[in-house]
Structure formats: C-alpha cells, structure tokens
Ligand binder design. Structure first.
Ligand code: ADP
Ligand code: NI
Length: 218
C-alpha cells in the first residue's frame, strides 16, 4: 500500500470505531483534526503523513470512548502492522495517541512529545476553541446534564487529573475558564498559535456578550 492507500484504510478503520459517537468525538471532529494536522504540519515544514495518521486514530483509544484502553491500543497497533507501516512509524503514532489528551497535561509527570505528537495535540486543541469549541462545549454540557451557568460556582484553575475527572458541578460557562481559555498558551507550534489568536477572540467576545446578557446589560 502507498501512503494514500494507507490513509484511506486508516480512515475506514476510524469510521468503524467512531461513526456512532455522540460525545463530540465523531467523524466530523476527526476530519477537522486531520485537516488541522495537515495544515499545521505544512506550516511547520513537517511531513504531514504521520500527523494525519495519528489525527485519524487519536480518539479510538480514548478511555471515555472504549471499554478497554489496552485492548483498543493493541488493536490499532496490529492494524497498522497489517497495512504495512514500519515499526518506527507505528512507534511514533502509538506514542502520539497515548499521550496527547488534555487530561495528560494535568498529570505531575510530563512526558516529552515528538514533533508528530505536538502537531496532533495542537490540531485537536484547535478544535476545542473558537466557534467550534463553543458549540462542542454546549453540546457536551447538554449531553452530560450540566447547567448553563451558575455564578456561585467559581472556576477552579489548579486541578489534578482525578479532580478534573470527578467534577460534578461543572457548568458550561465555567468550563471555558477551567480549560478552554487556557489552551492557546499551551500550544506548541507557531502555526497553531497563529490560528488560535482569532479563535481565542471569538470565545472572549462570546463570553463577554454572555455575561452582559446574563446581567441584562446588553
Ligand atoms: P478531548 O477532545 O481532548 O478528548 P474531551 O473529550 O474532554 O476532550 O472534550 C470533548 C469536547 O467537549 C471538548 O470540546 C471539550 O472542551 C468539551 N468538554 C469537555 N468537558 C466538558 C465539560 N465539563 N463541560 C463542557 N464541555 C466540555
Ligand atoms: Ni479529539
């Protein structure tokens, strides 16, 4: 298989895993992350192939989505071998999809990421900010029974992974302060940072308007 055929096979594998997803990780999220990854790789003068492969697969081993993370990882790994990817390529892709979640950044022990992993994490995080980010947060919050906003609930800035997982009084609006507004400064690549500037402003404008309307000032 050439690289184009490998990418098609990987896309098909991902469709089988994520097509039914209703948590904001369906194929439209994946397709945007793949496009962002290619855009960032090209902007950084990096070969887009491995970033695209890892972008397709990045949510197929997520603990929120699969029952067994280990089994899901083993399945992806043997699939990549089947379609003829090399050991080095497989190592980079597996390392990427294991280590780029936001929850990982809350762990004390930080792992250093390869250039491919940095590109894919930036591509995934760009999809959590801006107009798409606003929509996904509202969609997720609604699906999880969160209230829209409660001024009594103050955003918690410093959380460890366990606390982040167990938040039970999160509101859609505090999620912006606790996570989304901070993503821009944790991006790795200059290309993603540039794209994030406008998206950040879109969120800030939205929040400003939200609070004005909440207080009946707008
Ligand atoms: P990731 O894409 O890194 O796996 P998540 O699965 O945690 O991130 O989140 C998927 C989407 O839902 C993201 O856009 C995220 O900002 C949003 N989201 C996650 N947790 C919450 C929450 N508690 N309230 C509102 N939105 C959330
Ligand atoms: Ni994702």
């Amino acid at each position: 298989m050439n690289q184009e055929q490998q990418l098609m096979a990987i896309k098909q594998f991902t469709i089988e895993k994520l097509a039914g997803d209703r948590t904001g990780h369906g194929m439209n999220h994946i397709n945007r992350v793949v496009k962002n990854a290619a855009r960032i790789a090209n902007g950084e003068g990096h070969d887009p192939f491995l970033p695209e492969v890892a972008a397709y697969l990045h949510d197929t081993v997520d603990e929120k989505i699969v029952n067994s993370v280990e089994e899901a990882q083993a399945e992806v790994q043997s699939f990549l071998r089947q379609i003829g990817m090399t050991d080095d390529q497989i190592r980079i892709v597996m390392e990427t999809i294991k280590n780029i979640s936001f929850a990982h950044t809350l762990e004390k022990q930080q792992i250093s990421l390869s250039s491919t992993a940095q590109i894919v994490r930036d591509a995934d995080w760009l999809d959590a900010i801006g107009a798409i980010g606003i929509t996904r947060a509202i969609y997720y919050g609604g699906a999880h029974g969160e209230v829209i906003y409660d001024p009594k609930i103050k955003p918690r800035k410093k959380m460890n992974k366990q606390e982040y997982r167990n938040l039970d009084d999160e509101t859609i609006i505090t999620h912006f302060d606790e996570k989304l507004l901070g993503l821009k400064d944790k991006l790795f690549t200059p290309t993603a940072k540039k794209i994030a500037e406008h998206r950040q402003q879109v969120m800030l404008d939205f929040l400003n308007e939200f609070h004005r309307e909440w207080d009946a000032k707008s």
